[in-house]
Design a protein around this ligand. Structure first.
Ligand SMILES: *[C@@H]1O[C@H](CO)[C@@H](O)[C@H](O)[C@H]1NC(C)=O
Ligand SMILES: *[C@@H]1O[C@H](CO)[C@@H](O)[C@H](O)[C@H]1NC(C)=O
Ligand SMILES: *[C@@H]1O[C@H](CO)[C@@H](O)[C@H](O)[C@H]1NC(C)=O
Ligand SMILES: *[C@@H]1O[C@H](CO)[C@@H](O)[C@H](O)[C@H]1NC(C)=O
Ligand SMILES: *[C@@H]1O[C@H](CO)[C@@H](O)[C@H](O)[C@H]1NC(C)=O
Ligand SMILES: *[C@@H]1O[C@H](CO)[C@@H](O)[C@H](O)[C@H]1NC(C)=O
Length: 625
């Protein structure tokens, strides 16, 4: 039962084939492999929409739409949001899908639509409904009266209907007022689209029919949206259409719209328990690269990545028992004996870090790579699978549970911020006004001369931080705390995902029935400073209680913090030798490298050349992945 539901997700990821001529090919995939099967080859790629970057906008001047999320990735196979269509508004539960573009709901005229959670859309009850009249820019029905759409998804599920315009409303949390937009009124559904409980799909991908593109095109929102999926067993969450001010410790990666039409990220390394997997970063750049897809449930790694990842996890878990998966048809890798409390999982399972090209790092909690074993209490299975023979790295919703993901299309980047998605609005407010540092008297101003070539993790003009000091108030009395005090640094290091030698207790004093402790956190042995972002993220983990201590330590409060910059040497003083060598090496290899680059580039261009499928295709659509 649970397994059957899981299967949904692959379906929604998926982009379709543009129809219209009878000769259109259909995407076929092998019958039902469920979420374990590998991705389909696309028939062709579509070029990114060049209009994307026209609008400059900032979150301050544009309203956004805040919307709740419902359902649960693993229980239902998807997350939905609520969208209202028409005047007066009719409500729908739509699967949020960054991997597709059109938004559609069942139409009252539908000849073949399943039973879903809400009544069908009734155009005749909406005073603002207007079907799109056949024109040169759309696919027309056979009578050449209306514009139609037709989407073929994986496993032969499909949706087709007429394109219409009506007023969309985004709910009572949204600042964005109701807006006219184009959506699909379905006349036919098949496969999972027919049998699922959700009414339809909300398309957030790149393409003219995407709800995001439509709102941006009209200058109503800035070119950005965010999703925050609720955690294991909780589900729900929140989303925002339009910009938000990113929390200070949000981690970013480039997302290249030219590389592929999907929301890709610049993944370079994966670390398990702090140790890098021995992989050439090129493995993350196969085919579509590393793609983030909200409509896919699990994650799929190319073969070498999967093998290295699985081996590293198994090595960290040699003390707990490996058991069979819930379904004999799948070779799931499962472990028992971890306990049923999700918040305790990080005591058993290692931290997994994804490191991006800019050196920034997204740390995954166990709930981001495990799913609950449906038959054995306290057992969990790896939610990351091998992507058949496909070299694409596909990251589904599991990877971003309890993570705010900001798709900043305007600046071609994607941001990640670990948070509790059930409390996103409150938390965004808090992080918008970061706590003032009571004990930061001698912070140095940022260096004014930005280096032209920056060292690894530090951005231009950023401070290099040699030590972080945190003052914490624990609601445990001094005598009770004292016997445990040596363990405290270890627990904190563990939760921060750093070596315990990096955390030192400096001071520890009674404070009524509480205890005040001062901790110093140092960079790892191999490096002599933190970047500003890393320091901010460590402080935020305390401020937001991501560091969870055993009950012995009571609850804590961060009452003060300080960051101590490295003594200011100029960037040149620190790096002149490196620069000198770099210049010499560059000169030596420059000329020959240019020749190779030229050849490589030329090949890439040939490989990436788009094959137009049908010159008359009016809309840029994504292809199945
Ligand atoms: C907002 O709408 C939801 C239903 O979507 C309703 O439950 C809630 O009470 C509404 N809140 C307000 C403040 O109107
Ligand atoms: C997130 O917040 C919800 C609602 O406040 C709470 O029930 C849940 O336990 C929280 N999750 C974590 C991991 O703290
Ligand atoms: C470091 O980060 C803080 C918080 O985001 C920011 O206010 C400050 O300007 C940053 N400093 C530098 C030098 O980048
Ligand atoms: C922690 O740091 C110490 C000293 O720097 C080192 O010997 C040890 O191997 C490190 N442990 C881990 C797990 O990295
Ligand atoms: C400390 O705890 C004791 C007993 O639990 C209580 O009587 C006392 O009022 C507390 N003191 C403070 C300062 O809270
Ligand atoms: C500390 O606070 C937590 C939650 O606020 C509470 O559950 C716990 O009992 C407190 N511990 C002590 C020793 O007061």
């Amino acid at each position: 039962m649970a397994r059957a539901l899981l299967i949904q997700l692959f379906t929604f990821t998926i982009l379709l084939i543009v129809q219209s001529s009878p000769s259109t090919s259909l995407l076929l995939r092998p019958p039902h492999g469920g979420p374990r099967q590998s991705m389909l080859l696309p028939l062709f790629l579509s070029p990114p929409n060049p209009r994307r970057h026209l609008q400059r906008s900032d979150p301050q001047t544009h309203p956004n739409a805040r919307m709740g999320l419902y359902d649960d990735l693993l229980r239902n196979g998807y997350y939905t949001t609520r969208l209202w269509i028409g005047t007066p508004p009719q409500m729908f539960a739509l699967i949020v899908d960054t991997g597709s573009t059109v938004t559609y709901v069942p139409c009252s005229t539908c000849e073949q639509c399943g039973r879903h959670q809400d009544p069908k859309f009734e155009p005749e009850l909406s005073s603002t409904y207007k079907p799109l009249q056949c024109n040169l820019d759309c696919n027309c029905d056979s009578e050449k009266v209306h514009c139609v759409y037709d989407r073929q998804y994986a496993e032969m599920s499909s949706s087709s209907g007429v394109l219409a315009e009506d007023v969309l409303s985004f709910g009572n949390l949204s600042e964005l007022q109701p807006q006219r937009a184009v959506f699909g009124c379905e006349n036919q559904e098949t496969g999972d689209l027919y049998s699922q409980r959700a009414d339809g799909i909300m398309g957030l991908g790149r393409g003219d029919l995407s709800i995001v593109d439509q709102l941006v095109e009209k200058g109503l929102i800035s070119d950005s949206f965010s999703l925050c999926y609720g955690g294991m067993d909780i589900g729900g969450g929140a989303m925002v259409l339009g910009g938000i001010s990113p929390p200070i410790d949000m981690v970013f990666t480039q997302s290249d719209p030219v590389r592929s039409p999907y929301y890709n990220i610049d993944l370079k390394e994966i670390h398990v328990a702090g140790k890098p997997l021995m992989l050439n970063p090129i493995v993350f750049d196969g085919r579509h690269g590393t793609v983030l897809d909200s409509g896919t449930t699990y994650a799929y790694f190319p073969e070498p990545v999967f093998i290295a990842f699985k081996d590293a996890i198994m090595k960290e878990l040699n003390s707990i028992q490996k058991i069979r998966g819930p379904d004999p048809n799948f070779n799931d890798i499962c472990f028992s004996g971890a306990g049923s409390d999700v918040s305790e999982l990080s005591k058993t399972f290692p931290v997994v870090d994804m490191v991006f090209g800019n050196g920034q790092k997204l740390s995954l909690s166990p709930e981001n790579y495990l799913f609950r074993h449906s038959k054995v209490r306290g057992a969990y299975c790896l939610g990351i699978f091998q992507n058949g023979k496909d070299p694409t790295t596909l990251l589904g919703g599991i990877i971003v549970r309890n993570t705010l993901v900001m798709y900043d299309r305007e600046h071609s980047k994607i941001g990640f911020w670990k948070t509790n998605c059930s409390e996103l609005w409150e938390r965004l407010q808090i992080s918008g006004a970061p706590p003032q540092m009571p004990s930061a008297p001698d912070r140095e101003p940022p260096p004014t001369t930005a280096p032209t070539q920056v060292p690894d993790h530090v951005l231009p003009g950023e401070l290099q931080i040699k030590q972080i000091t945190c003052d914490m108030l624990l609601n445990v009395s001094y005598p009770n705390l004292k016997p445990h005090i040596t363990e405290l640094a270890e627990f904190i290091a563990y939760d921060l995902g750093i070596n315990s030698s990096q955390v030192r207790l400096m001071n520890f004093t009674p404070n009524g029935n509480d205890s005040l402790i001062r901790l110093a956190i140092f960079p790892a042995g191999s490096s002599d400073y933190f970047s500003n972002a890393t320091a901010n993220s460590i402080i935020a983990q305390f401020a937001e209680h991501h560091v969870q201590l055993p009950a012995t330590f009571g609850s804590y409060q961060l009452v003060g913090w300080n960051i101590e910059p490295l003594e200011k040497r100029t960037w040149w003083q620190q790096n002149y030798l490196v620069v000198f060598l770099a210049v010499v090496v560059t000169i030596i290899i420059g000329l020959s490298a240019f020749g190779m680059w030229f050849i490589w580039r030329h090949r890439q261009q040939m490989l990436n050349a788009y094959k137009p499928v049908n010159a008359a295709v009016p809309e840029q659509e994504l292809q199945p992945i």
